[in-house]
Design a binder for this molecule. Structure first.
Ligand SMILES: Cc1ncc(COP(=O)(O)O)c(C=O)c1O
Length: 408
């Protein structure tokens, strides 16, 4: 492929940080680099604390475990997302409830209102492509007298929140903003992914960030989640390795999902220049696509900035007006033959075998299908040059316009 759909940023700064892990600290599992990475995320998100984990998925499983959700509890997710969103709920033994999305690809808050009952413990909006869900509207709903009065908390933590939690699937949206503030400020917990295609990567990795109460109370939550991420062990291997610190205890039935330093080093070298450099470059790529496609009457541009909600420019979710799945797929195949890698985000959950088997039907999620059938995700990554962008736009337009003529 001349222009791949995705490429991780692996440059000399990443190499320097990796070499420092190998030869300066000599510590490759969780230790100083992971802690520094956690602090950088906290700083970027203006949150109180961040727990790094080895994937978004393990972060979600860990958080559900810490929250103590059980089989009678319900978590509401959008049907238009990557499978991990729903599977994290299902694999935690919690009931997953599905709703449709709006035209901007984010969860339909009005539909959430119709699904909330006394078992609802959390909503998990997805910031698809990096565009934040409407957290302000969601908060208004969850803070309403009606929702608060039916909320049935089971733990002291749930009681202290007093309404269903907002757990953001922010796998795509590190750096997204709402009213100029990090979007994670509008959720109770936000979970990021640092998988190799994400805006910041650690190869595989993830993080849970939060600002719930004061610093002191949140520090206690950080400690508890951290311990749970390490088999319930009270100390990391790094802490145990300090002089006279070998003794530890296991205080909970934890998971083992910590992020190693060797991975954190990659993300650390990226996050330090994320806001002022890497994110700006991604925004410029989005702007290039926008200015090219804005006058094409067949192009439906993705949401980028609407009423204070601003994308993190993760995936450019272009849609082709009037196209069905088959016309869209033909364009993708032809682009592939021309050396341009594109993708589709996502096949809605009710169209996937497992979710069909458990009873989901795409006819119940009409908007998800409408968005999916003509969506083509275009490459967005650091280092994608102007020549490549021009070629992507020209080849795509050529293929779409050829296809339109054939239809006529
Ligand atoms: C929306 C969304 N949620 C969750 C995940 C899972 O992330 P991870 O692979 O880090 O577990 C992904 C991964 O692509 C995703 O796109």
């Amino acid at each position: 492929m001349k222009i791949p759909f995705s490429l991780p940023l692996l440059d000399s700064l990443v190499e320097k940080e990796l070499l420092s892990t190998l030869y300066e600290t000599g510590w490759i599992t969780s230790g100083p680099k992971t802690k520094e990475f956690e602090d950088e995320i906290t700083n970027l998100c203006q949150s109180n604390y961040t727990v790094c984990v080895n994937s978004w998925t393990s972060g979600a499983l860990l958080l559900f475990r810490w929250l103590g959700f059980g089989p009678e509890d319900e978590v509401i997710v959008p049907a238009y997302t990557y499978a991990a969103t729903a599977l994290s709920v299902i694999n935690s033994g919690v009931k997953c409830v599905y709703v449709d999305v709006n035209d901007d690809f984010t969860i339909d808050v009005d539909m959430i209102a119709s699904k909330i009952n006394s078992n609802t413990k959390a909503i998990m909006p997805v910031d698809l492509g990096g565009f934040p869900a409407d957290y302000k509207k969601l908060l208004e709903l969850l803070d309403s007298k009606k929702v608060k009065s039916i909320f049935n908390p089971k733990t002291d933590f749930q009681k202290s929140i007093g309404r269903p939690l907002i757990i953001a699937d922010a796998a795509h949206s590190i750096g997204a903003l709402i009213d100029g503030l990090p979007a994670s400020n509008f959720a109770d917990f936000s979970i990021f992914s640092f998988h190799s295609v994400k805006n910041i990567t650690t190869g595989e990795g993830g993080a849970i960030t939060f600002k719930l109460f004061g610093k002191e109370q949140d520090l206690e939550i950080y400690r508890q989640i951290k311990i749970l991420s390490l088999n319930g062990q009270t100390k990391t291997a790094f802490e145990k390795n300090q002089p006279g610190s070998w003794r530890y205890d296991i205080i909970d039935c934890g998971l083992k999902v910590n992020l190693p330093d060797i991975n954190a080093a990659i993300g650390l070298s990226q996050i330090r220049r994320y806001k002022n450099e890497l994110l700006v470059e991604r925004e410029n790529i989005f702007n290039y696509y926008n200015s090219y496609f804005k006058d094409k009457d067949w192009a439906i541009l993705p949401p980028i900035e609407i009423e204070g909600r601003k994308s993190s420019f993760h995936i450019y979710l272009l849609r082709i007006k009037g196209f069905d799945e088959y016309q869209r797929d033909a364009v993708i195949t032809n682009l592939g033959h021309n050396g341009v890698g594109v993708n589709v985000h996502y096949i809605p959950l009710p169209m996937l075998t497992y979710f069909k088997k458990i009873g989901l039907k795409i006819d119940d999620f009409k908007n998800s299908y409408k968005l999916y059938m003509n969506e083509i995700s275009l490459p967005v990554y650091n280092g994608l040059g102007l020549d490549s962008l021009k070629l992507i736009c020209e080849k795509l337009s050529e293929e779409v316009e050829k296809s339109i003529i054939n239809i006529k």
